[in-house]
Design a protein around this ligand. Structure first.
Ligand code: FRU
Length: 489
């Protein structure tokens, strides 16, 4: 370290010491965790110089949220991550209160530009404010612009907040940079603003693309905006949602599908749907992969559930599995990235077995598994199918399908938690063309459940001891099913 280490030098030194102390066994197999300390939102997800880069909201010095840094990791396949040194610390006047969420874009000259929210701490007569900053670098070291914050409250029309103005998602098109950022409008609450710049430094306001109007929560966080399969998709993470339609109360993730008039910058909604129905998924961000896939990763947690969650490891929080997005029958669907097959080890299949009552299937157990269960309830009197995973004599996580009602209940109440928080979620799971498929990705302390090819997804952490690794299948009448289970390693 140099004689006069900067705050970032100190973090990097701390990371070098800490990294040695955490063994791979203490982490999930393929879900990204922070190198040390705390992590929340994915940031700066991009493909840059032949690799995926993923930055994250990071507080290295404790397993609780604190002054926000940007952690950093790179990967060739989105599943095996290599840590890079911390990319940014809150060390300038423009971001002294934290380097909040943001994104990354490659510049025509080959540099990587990070666009993020700088928080300016409260003063004696002033509340904390938020504005957008930029930093330029080579994919490892970044220099913050002396002009920061480059997007201020003064850039916005009246009615928008200087206190809730954050999470820019940037891209480059038509020879300019564009970004969407979240704001809180006096009347409309959550609002997504489109800004434009030729050089990344000089920005102007273009349009408000959409707003909550108090319908879908209050402040909207972490927007993303991209075309997909003939639709335009706006993703936001609202705070303080009221339960409605398929949305649960609290912190949610919302996909707004619509049509976008690029010339007029007008976005018109077609439909609004939850991105994930689980207990732990928030603030996702997407990347356009070089092969054209739109890939999304989310923080596998949320602000309610993380508060008192057990801190069992030297790190806290993990990212979701990266997922390929696609649109089918007007719905935003997700499937685990196809690269997942590099983790498949031995595969166990059971074709068309008929079960009744509770049963195990040979070779199907474990806590690191990619398992697809296909139910064939045609001509069966079976109404209820029940899957127990992470099971031992004291624990189980239950996934129960009411085949007649077309509803699935995910329930981790018996998963080992003693906390008075939500442990169940209800989600549509309909039998289509005589079958219902459930694909479960389990990686030690998490479950991601993709229903019917990913038309609905349920993502949840489970606190269950790893020794609870049994899986049982139960039906209340004769039921035919097939199972394909890949053990992961
Ligand atoms: C979303 C969020 C963002 C903010 C960041 C702070 O989870 O609240 O809006 O930039 O976390 O860590």
């Amino acid at each position: 370290m140099s004689k006069n280490p900067t705050p970032l030098d100190r973090v990097r030194e701390f990371e070098r010491e800490q990294a040695m102390k955490v063994s791979a066994d203490e982490r999930p197999l393929f879900h990204l965790t922070p190198l040390v300390g705390w992590m929340n939102d994915p940031n700066g997800f991009c493909w840059y110089k032949g690799q995926y880069h993923l930055f994250y909201q990071y507080h290295p010095f404790s397993r609780q949220w604190g002054p926000m840094h940007w952690g950093h990791a790179v990967s060739d396949n989105l599943l095996h991550w290599t840590y890079m040194p911390c990319a940014m610390a809150p060390d300038t006047a423009a971001d002294a209160g934290g380097c909040f969420s943001g994104s990354a874009v490659e510049m025509p000259d080959g540099r990587l530009m990070l666009v993020y929210t700088g928080v300016q701490p409260a003063g004696t007569f002033r509340r904390e404010t938020q504005a957008q900053c930029v930093a330029f670098g080579d994919g490892k070291d970044f220099e913050k612009s002396l002009l920061n914050p480059v997007i201020r409250h003064a850039h916005l029309p009246e009615g928008y907040s200087e206190f809730d103005f954050r999470d820019p998602k940037v891209w480059r098109e038509d020879g300019v940079y564009r970004l969407v950022a979240a704001n809180r409008h006096e009347e409309k609450q959550g609002a997504i603003l489109l800004m434009e710049s030729e050089d990344g430094l000089d920005w102007h306001f273009v349009a408000e693309l959409d707003a909550s109007d108090n319908e879908y929560g209050r402040m909207w966080e972490c927007p993303d905006f991209f075309p997909l399969d003939g639709e335009q998709v706006l993703i936001v993470s609202p705070q303080e949602m009221h339960a409605r339609e398929e949305f649960h109360a609290g912190y949610g993730t919302v996909a707004i599908l619509g049509q976008y008039d690029k010339k007029e910058h007008r976005f018109v909604r077609d439909s609004v749907q939850p991105v994930d129905h689980g207990l732990n998924f928030y603030a996702p961000q997407t990347v356009l992969a070089p092969d054209g896939r739109r890939i999304m990763i989310g923080w596998m947690d949320n602000w309610e559930t993380c508060k008192e969650a057990p801190r069992r490891h030297p790190w806290y929080a993990q990212m979701s599995t990266p997922r390929e997005l696609f649109i089918e029958n007007g719905r935003l669907c997700q499937r685990p990235v196809r690269e997942i097959d590099i983790l498949w080890q031995d595969t166990v299949t059971h074709e068309d077995v008929t079960i009744q009552g509770e049963t195990t299937l040979e070779g199907v157990q474990g806590r690191m598994l990619d398992m697809t269960v296909t139910l064939h309830p045609k001509d069966s009197a079976c109404r209820r199918f029940t899957l127990h995973v992470a099971k031992d004599s004291k624990h189980y996580v239950q996934i129960q399908c009411d085949l007649a009602r077309g509803e699935l209940v995910f329930d981790r109440s018996h998963g080992g938690s003693h906390r008075d928080i939500a442990h169940t979620r209800h989600v549509k799971a309909e039998v289509r063309n005589g079958k219902l498929t459930l694909r479960l990705l389990m990686d030690k302390e998490s479950i991601e459940l993709f229903i019917n090819g990913g038309e609905r997804v349920v993502t949840s952490l489970i606190p269950t001891p790893l020794s609870a690794d049994q899986i049982t299948f139960a039906a209340d009448a004769l039921l035919c099913l097939s199972v394909e289970a890949h053990h992961l390693g």
